[in-house]
Design a protein. Structure first.
Length: 344
């Protein structure tokens, strides 16, 4: 491999340690590795920030070495280091940021802070058939549900977002409510596969609100109310899970279609952990194709947090001439950082 053509991406915003290597000259991902902390946090029913930070410290250097080895690359092949600077857990972000900044300073190359959601938003560009700009992006994860108008790298306009729980957060909380443990999202989808939607009647929050805002907290409460009815039993849980999933999917599809109509765009990009949900994918593809549009998803391995998307985002910012490299080792994390504030 030619020297000085690789961008290293580091992701440590929550409970996955992700490392990616993107070839800037050849415009392709060459290697990536992810270590998930799910098993560790499952015992506590959710992410414990201090434990997450400590585990990132243990995993990050071996994972960088492993990723470089998989690409048959050396540290001297790096041209830049991109890292997630926010949003996320402060302690976890500090681990990735400090390693990235120290490595960049030692190698004499730029360190590039990257917005976590920008990584997700651009992750479908790693697919074999990537979308072209402009497009509408639906970001659905455990912490965020947003609709963005994307004109290019660093050019994002917020169209709407959740006013309370994000879709993924609602999945996790509802899963816990139904006794499914952590993480609740995938377990809810699995349970829903054995049920029939419509046997319970749950609301579709803000579906007809006339704007592009979301709200899922009330939907979670409606599930709780259903479980407290005299005729509810554990045998009915799959039907309740199926109705919950259908309600979330109906809202996400309805708002996404409204965003496409409002912007006049025909390409929809879906990213984030909830973007792996099979029912959501099926319904979005059907609904958007009916209107003459097309939906783009990241590969399943890039739906959850990963370093590949951070390496890509840093590389694309370098190509676009908008990379804001840090200098003299000075850096700051941004645990709360709206994506539209990361615009060029």
């Amino acid at each position: 491999m030619s020297p000085q053509d690789l961008v290293l991406g580091i992701e440590t915003s929550c409970d996955e340690t992700g490392i990616g290597l993107y070839d800037l000259a050849r415009r392709r991902l060459v290697a990536h590795r992810v270590f998930s902390q799910i098993d560790m946090h499952a015992a506590y029913g959710g992410v414990v920030p201090e434990l997450a930070s400590r585990d990132h410290v243990r995993r990050i250097v071996p994972l960088i070495r492993e990723t470089l080895g998989a690409a048959q690359a050396e540290l001297s092949d790096l041209v830049a280091v991109g890292y997630t600077t926010g949003p996320g857990l402060a302690g976890a972000l500090l681990v990735g940021a400090s390693i990235a900044e120290a490595l960049a300073m030692a190698l004499g190359i730029p360190a590039i802070p990257v917005h976590h959601l920008e990584g997700h938003l651009l992750s479908p560009l790693l697919a074999s058939e990537p979308p072209q700009f402009p497009f509408v992006a639906l970001l659905v994860s455990g912490g965020h549900t947003q609709l963005m108008s994307v004109a290019g790298v660093g050019n994002y306009v917020l169209l709407g977002e959740s006013v309370d729980d994000a879709a993924g957060e609602a999945f996790d909380k509802t899963g816990k409510l139904l006794g499914l443990g952590y993480p609740g999202g995938p377990a809810m989808a699995k349970l829903a596969a054995g049920g029939v939607a419509g046997r319970f009647r749950l609301p579709r929050p803000m579906l007809k609100s006339g704007d592009l805002q979301f709200s899922f907290s009330g939907l979670k409460t409606a599930v709780l109310t259903a479980t407290q009815q005299p005729d509810y039993s554990a045998e009915r849980a799959p039907d309740l899970a199926a109705e919950f999933q259908e309600a979330v999917v109906d809202v996400l599809c309805g708002k996404a279609l409204a965003a496409l109509k409002q912007t006049g765009l025909q390409r929809l990009v879906v990213a984030g952990g909830v973007g792996a949900n099979t029912r959501l994918r099926e319904q979005l593809i059907t609904a958007v194709s009916r209107s003459g549009g097309r939906v783009y998803f990241p590969e399943l391995e890039f739906c959850s947090d990963n370093g590949a998307m951070i390496a890509l985002a840093a590389a694309m910012r370098i190509e676009a001439g908008i990379a804001e490299a840090t200098s003299n080792g000075a850096f700051a994390i941004r645990p709360r950082w709206p994506l539209d504030q990361a615009c060029a």
